[in-house]
Design a protein around this ligand. Structure first.
Ligand code: GCO
Length: 422
């Protein structure tokens, strides 16, 4: 049913603060998420990333899980405060040692390491001087990117500089739902945007000068719209809404970070979870409501595989760059059943639908070259704490035990057949 190009890359993804734990080990400095999650009332159930999936100690098991699933790539992030505990150029050798272990084990297993440099764990020392409001953060980030690029030269070739600036700026400095929990007025918010864009540009230059063969992208997100019907005017409505910036509305648009960035990107990473139907009305593009009882994930996100066809089509059409799906997945109310296994038929059904839609998008011309499932294991879902389980692999947090869910076996078969079994 589904068809993917030759050489299509299959992977899974994670992020440091969401899986590592070990927040006080190996000389790691404090991050904004340590402070935020320890502030009462900020994270559901009072959870924090102190222990998370304990990948700081169990990363070998994580690599084994990737191997068992036959995956070609692993997207994970390096915690900036492990490498630069104070956000400056006093590098922490222990941090390099930790990631050397992971990178070398992946390479030995024939799995490409795809490294995200910033998945939201900003060194608190930088936040104390304004964080993303301060241009110094962009320069500190470039120094970190350059140093890491040098260190992993020849071993890591694929880099994502920043993950979802729309979220870490919008929720961190706008609504305050994420670390550092600020609600800043518009002008300051705009400074954060300028600095995040500058951070990507400088880091991309630093990574390319560390190694000319580096491939540098970023993990973007945005509201995705798909046509309510196959009428050309509805396609146009969806296209316009995906890139339009309605006056005074802080929508999450791909263009906020991707517009004007094409020459600083070797590829575009897209995080795709859900979208919404659009049609052309009498006064222009308009949203179509979901019918009553529409299927939703445990996060309450609508199940909309069409987003996986149309999002990449529109983004490719606009920017003309190769695309990798750097995240896609869902949270389910998973638990270990009486037989000790974790049955997650909804995840398998969701994945089947989304991967078929992706294959349709590729057939229609979207140059998508790989897919990373979010996530490898269950993990700390930011302000939602541990209640939301996104993994192909279940984590029993009190013991750290990993139990591959039914979807992990399904994904292995999908990958083995290069997607043909989907
Ligand atoms: C994201 C985040 C992930 C989330 C995932 C599910 O990039 O939004 O990268 O950290 O866990 O998206 O919400």
């Amino acid at each position: 049913m589904a068809q993917f190009p030759k050489g299509f890359l299959w992977g899974a993804a994670s992020a440091s603060y969401q899986i590592e734990g070990g927040v006080k080990e190996g000389g790691r400095g404090e991050s904004v998420w340590d402070v935020f999650s320890h502030t009462p009332g900020k994270v559901r159930y009072g959870d924090s990333g102190d222990l998370a999936a304990d990948s700081y100690h169990r990363w070998r098991e994580d690599v084994q899980l990737l191997k068992d699933m036959g995956l070609g790539a692993y997207r994970f992030s390096m915690a900036w405060p492990r490498i630069a505990p104070n956000g400056d150029t006093n590098w922490n050798q222990n941090g390099f040692d930790y990631y050397d272990g992971i990178v070398d084990a992946l390479l030995e297993a024939g799995i490409e390491p795809w490294v995200t440099l910033y998945h939201w764990d900003l060194p608190q020392a930088l936040q104390n001087r304004g964080g993303w409001q301060n241009e110094e953060t962009a320069h500190a980030f470039a120094a970190y990117a350059g140093r890491v690029g040098e260190h992993f030269k020849g071993r890591v070739r694929h880099w994502l500089t920043i993950n979802e600036p729309q979220c870490f700026i919008g929720m961190g400095y706008g609504t305050g739902e994420h670390a550092p929990g600020l609600t800043l007025p518009g002008e300051v918010y705009d400074q954060c945007w300028r600095n995040a864009r500058l951070a990507h540009v400088l880091a991309s230059d630093a990574l390319h000068s560390a190694d000319g063969s580096n491939q540098v992208g970023l993990a973007s997100t945005g509201d995705i719209w798909y046509p309510a019907s196959d009428r050309e005017e509805d396609v146009e409505a969806a296209r316009q809404l995906t890139f339009a910036r309605p006056e005074g509305v802080d929508s999450f648009l791909f263009g906020m970070i991707l517009d004007g960035m094409a020459d600083k990107l070797d590829f575009i990473g897209m995080n795709v979870y859900h979208g919404r139907a659009a049609r052309m009305g009498g006064n222009g593009p308009e949203a179509v409501d979901f019918p009553a009882g529409y299927p939703r994930t445990a996060m309450d996100w609508p199940v909309t595989p069409q987003a996986m066809e149309w999002g990449p089509r529109f983004v490719h059409e606009r920017y003309g760059l190769p695309i990798y799906i750097t995240e896609n997945g869902l949270s389910c109310r998973d638990w270990a059943a009486l037989d000790g296994k974790v049955h997650d038929p909804n995840r398998i059904d969701f994945l089947t639908r989304y991967l078929r839609a992706l294959s349709a998008g590729i057939a229609a011309g979207a140059d998508v070259r790989g897919y990373f499932h979010w996530a490898l294991t269950d993990n700390f879902e930011w302000a939602e704490g541990y209640g939301q389980r996104f993994g192909l692999v279940y984590v029993d947090y009190p013991t750290g035990e990993r139990i591959p869910k039914d979807s992990a076996a399904w994904y292995r078969e999908a990958v083995k057949s290069s997607g043909a079994a989907v």
